[in-house]
Design a protein around this ligand. Structure first.
Ligand code: C2E
Ligand code: MG
Ligand code: MG
Length: 662
């Protein structure tokens, strides 16, 4: 719809008032204003000096030349200097304007180059609006108009003024006024455009700032719980340390690892897990109270900072308290219980820097994890063991990656017949720097770190491969492999066994897996099911180190094992210790009643072997027969042993051999 005259009026009024500078904004910054002066003033200086030379030397206008030269030197040079220093910019602009008024005024009045000076003077209003803006541009333009008008009238007819035709003067003045209006319109357009640009930039900057703020927040906080992350919590903790120092109090710094989060997330889904994390953070925040600080320093790890009034703590009570938080939630109808493992470090006892306290809290948390307890207080004496553990862990991982582990084989002999029945495969690690490291040291490291799964897979594969190879020379000699409880739960175990049996074509009855009784403590039901699957493959099972752990007779009946290995600690002093004798005798009886064959480990001398023969033990293993050996030595040992057995057939199924072995 076209605008009505009533609607036009305010628009027109608005235009005119804007033209006069009403509501104009100062959007030019200091730097831009400085740049403007530094662009125009030097150009003006060069032009003024050239004109001064031209007017003095070529045209007969010495007065004009002198005015131009003087203005350039006295007004433009100081303007340039002020602008360069960035000081008194307003004065620099005013000097520039003044120079324009003087030079252009003189040019018009004196009538430079035959009265055509006005052509040049038209540029002044543009310059005035450009430099001084809409409102002050009018002021300077009007001043110029006034100056030109007054001087032309005042000096008319004198030798100083150019003899303009009288009708020309109002014409000049009105054209100058018109050019001023045009210059004002131009400047208005220019400044509106600039304002729009400025607004656009501001809006974009606001959006960019918003994203920047978000990025900064995410760099320092956990997006789900909005809690400070590891980077952010360090300065927070340092601040808390400063405050504790000032009030002579203490701090409890607790690193808390939440267990089974990925499994729970798998069941309840991602969104519900986020809700769970928020609920956990709210509960922990509540536990901490007003003054406490909470952070999420890893996906499954929180950091709690408790300010304490006194720097002394009862360490045991504190550890017990930290280990007994109840983290039960209901998320979308699911009851969720969160287990956790916590490590505690305290200020001032364990350090006064945030990094140190966090590090020690996490270190004690790892110790708690290793020992399977809910919480531990940092203990400096464990430092060395901890560092050693991690050093060894790293080296073991590398050794495994570089195939530095080897396998030794220790023969198992049928005590009754003297026949070689099997060999136990035992892992060996020779570290180039530390030398031989006992499996008693590295197997627990592997077990607590997860390296045990690949280690066991390698052990089984290697042992079965060797057993398959030695069948050609020593048919029927089985291989026995130790199986850690964690490896038993390795989902790849059964498929791997199946595949290896197929690949090697080995008779499954020649493969024995040794498990310890600790299995019954961890997950009896699940463990039993897997053992039954293994037995279903035709593989034989043995209980290793019997008598050292759980030794529940009830479970012994349940376990689908065929062999029981009595731990060497009962064998070592068998001959002289009546207690050991009684234990071994009753164990052999019990095992036989359950239909199991009995292996005695750690037989070191002939007397022990004979005693075991008398007690009815079936199989023997120990240094008396042979130490564990590398495969080549083991094969030559077997060869030698079997030849010796063949040469003394009368020994079979009779009194045990009294001659020393090898
Ligand atoms: P284990 O399964 O009970 O193995 C028997 C250990 O007793 C072996 O120690 C063997 O060298 C040692 N031994 C055998 N006869 C005698 C003897 O007459 N006197 C003495 N003093 N010791 C004897 P080793 O090789 O140091 O292994 C220690 C333990 O490390 C093994 O006990 C087993 O539990 C574990 N282990 C070794 N290799 C592996 C493996 O590949 N996988 C797993 N999971 N555990 C392994
Ligand atoms: Mg064993
Ligand atoms: Mg053993």
């Amino acid at each position: 719809m076209p605008n009505t005259p009533e609607q036009h009026a305010p628009k027109l009024w608005h235009f005119f008032s804007s033209l006069l500078g009403q509501g104009s904004k100062e959007i030019l910054g200091q730097q831009e204003r400085r740049d403007n002066v530094l662009t125009i003033a030097p150009i003006g200086f060069v032009v003024a000096i050239l004109f001064a030379l031209f007017n003095t030397l070529l045209a007969p206008y010495p007065l004009l030349g002198a005015i131009e030269a003087a203005s350039a030197v006295l007004l433009l040079l100081p303007a340039i200097r002020l602008a360069r220093r960035g000081q008194h910019l307003r004065w620099a602009e005013n000097l520039l304007m003044l120079c324009g008024i003087v030079v252009f005024g003189a040019l018009v009045v004196v009538g430079g180059v035959g009265g055509t000076g006005l052509f040049w003077a038209y540029s002044f209003p543009f310059m005035a609006f450009f430099i001084k803006g809409q409102r002050k541009g009018w002021l300077w333009s009007s001043l110029f108009l006034l100056e030109v008008g007054v001087l032309l009238l005042a000096l008319r007819g004198t030798a100083l003024a150019y003899p303009y035709d009288p009708v020309q003067i109002p014409h000049y003045l009105s054209s100058l006024l018109f050019v001023s209006v045009i210059a004002a319109c131009f400047n208005l357009l220019r400044s509106r455009f600039q304002e729009k640009l400025h607004e656009g930039v501001l809006a974009n900057t606001a959006t960019a700032q918003h994203y920047l703020d978000q990025l900064q927040f995410l760099a320092l906080h956990d997006p789900v719980t909005k809690l400070p992350n590891r980077t952010r919590i360090l300065p927070v903790l340092q601040e808390e340390i400063g405050q504790a120092q000032a009030r002579q109090g203490g701090l409890l710094v607790i690193a808390m690892r939440l267990s089974r989060l990925p499994e729970i997330s798998n069941i309840i889904g991602n969104d519900a897990t986020n809700e769970l994390m928020q609920a956990i953070s709210a509960t922990l925040q509540q536990l901490l109270g007003e003054g406490g600080k909470l952070g999420r320093i890893a996906r499954e790890e929180m950091l709690l900072v408790f300010p304490m009034r006194k720097p002394q703590f009862n360490l045991d009570n504190t550890t017990r308290m930290v280990g007994s938080y109840n983290l039960d939630f209901e998320i979308r109808g699911f009851p969720v219980h969160i287990d956790y493992t916590a490590g505690i470090a305290t200020y001032p006892h364990h350090g006064s820097s945030a990094e140190v306290l966090l590090h020690k809290a996490e270190q004690s948390m790892l110790q708690a994890l290793q020992h399977g307890v809910p919480a531990t207080m940092y203990d400096a004496s464990q430092d060395e063991a901890f560092v050693r553990y991690h050093y060894r862990f790293g080296r073991l991982r590398d050794a495994m990656a570089q195939n530095q582990l080897t396998q030794h084989f220790q023969p198992l002999i049928n005590i009754r017949t003297g026949k070689l029945v099997a060999a136990e495969a035992l892992a060996r690690w020779f570290d180039p720097e530390e030398g031989f490291i006992s499996p008693l040291e590295f197997i627990p490291i592997a077990e607590s770190s997860g390296l045990i799964k690949p280690l066991t897979r390698w052990t089984i594969r290697e042992a079965l491969r060797q057993c398959a190879l030695w069948q050609a020379d020593f048919p029927g000699v089985a291989v026995s492999v130790n199986l850690s409880v964690r490896s038993l739960f390795d989902p790849e175990l059964l498929p791997m066994l199946r595949q290896l049996l197929q690949e090697t074509g080995i008779n499954p009855a020649l493969v024995r897996l040794e498990v310890t009784e600790s299995l019954m403590l961890t997950a009896p039901e699940k463990g039993l099911a897997i053992l039954r699957d293994i037995v279903a493959l035709g593989i034989r099972l043995a209980i290793d180190d019997y008598g050292t752990g759980f030794s529940s007779l009830g479970y012994l009946k349940l376990l689908p094992v065929q062999e029981l290995k009595i731990d060497q600690r009962f064998i070592r002093h068998l001959v002289e210790d009546r207690g050991d004798m009684a234990i071994v005798e009753s164990t052999i009886d019990l095992a036989h009643h359950l239909g199991l064959s009995v292996v005695a480990e750690g037989i070191e001398d002939q007397e022990t072997m004979q005693q075991l023969w008398l007690l009815g033990c079936d199989i023997g293993q120990g240094y008396y027969y042979s130490k564990p050996m590398p495969i080549d030595d083991y094969l030559s040992w077997c060869d030698h042993y079997q030849r010796r057995q063949a040469a003394n057939p009368q020994l079979l199924d009779s009194e045990p051999d009294n001659t020393p072995l090898l």
